[in-house]
Design a binder for this molecule. Sequence first.
Ligand code: G3P
Length: 220
Amino acid sequence: MKFFVDTADVAEIRDLASTGLVDGVTTNPSIIAKSGLNFFDVIAEICDIVDGPVSAEVAATDHETMLKEGQKLAQIASNVAVKVPLTPDGLKTCKVLSDAGTQVNVTLCFSAGQAILAAKAGATFVSPFVGRLDDISRDGMGLIEEICTIYANYETFETEVLVASIRSPNHVIESAQIGADVVTVPPSVLRQLFKHPLTDSGLEAFLSDWAGSGQSILGS
Ligand code: G3P
């Protein structure tokens, strides 16, 4: 399973990337606006930090302009994945960019039918938003199960399921149980995955007992 970090906070990305556990980054217009940074500058900086795919989303809604924006974004760095919304124009743009060798992340996916269209359009990734479905009492993880089951039926579907809108470590665990290819997580969720109180208390006990032994590994 690949771990992408869902943020444009460069300091967070740099810190988490140092763990060796970060395989890519996703952004969207809201995340970029929240950063207050220049879009091209921040995507270029992130692409320097992380070798894996870095999603940068178009802002247009018509195919012609989406294509121009996507081609411009793809020139920032070789690891840019152009993000397009799951609309007729978005998938038209996905097909052209994908056929030209550009990675495409089709976002704002909320149904299995939409995910089938994204795969047929040659998407590199499809981003179903599980948290936003849960937020309206729908079954976000149920959608992931549906999509993974459908994709497994067709060898020609090479699109990776990139679980997005993740709210908790349980979304990550359930995504792994289902067999999703990628999760994109807020930095806070990635940090929560490390934590367990028994790990903390167990380590504290080990260190206390070791200190009592009077020994030193490096001093020996
Ligand atoms: O990558 C998509 C993700 O940023 C959406 O998350 O929390 O706005 O639903 P959220």
